[in-house]
Design a protein around this ligand. Structure first.
Ligand code: AMP
Length: 120
């Protein structure tokens, strides 16, 4: 984990790195993923950094609830609340987490594929 990966989303929240902002409130920040994996792909972060969703849940469950509520707000703003959306928290190596500032991926705007790679 490089320093850049540790601080990237804090710098985006601070406006030091430009992003396509979708929504912001006192405790959360939502912006479009640079490398979208669906027609709608927005990241939601708590402004305060925790490494992953488990650490966030243990330290501040109210803030985790705020992140999930912002994911719903993003779905409303993007017009996908009725069609449906997926919320994903990649956690550590096997899930492919690359930025160690917890973030919810909000995905939708089209029929999403199945996920995971384990054959049944
Ligand atoms: P994860 O692999 O779950 O840690 O997700 C990190 C996500 O951050 C990836 O989907 C990247 O495309 C996205 N990302 C990396 N840098 C930026 C950036 N500067 N602006 C927006 N999204 C980014």
């Amino acid at each position: 984990m490089s320093d850049a990966a540790e601080t990237l989303f804090e710098r985006i929240v601070a406006g030091e790195i430009p992003s396509d902002v979708v929504f912001e409130d006192e405790v959360t920040f939502a912006f479009r993923d640079l490398n979208p994996q669906a027609a709608v792909h927005v990241l939601v972060v708590p402004k305060k950094r925790y490494r992953n969703v488990g650490e966030l849940a243990a330290a501040d469950p109210g803030l985790l609830a705020a992140v999930v509520a912002t994911a719903k707000t993003v779905a409303e703003l993007e017009g996908i609340l009725e069609s449906g959306y997926r919320v994903v928290f990649n956690t550590d190596a096997d899930a492919g987490q690359t930025v160690f500032h917890v973030h919810a991926h909000v995905l939708g705007g089209e029929q999403l594929g199945f996920f995971g790679s384990h054959a049944p």
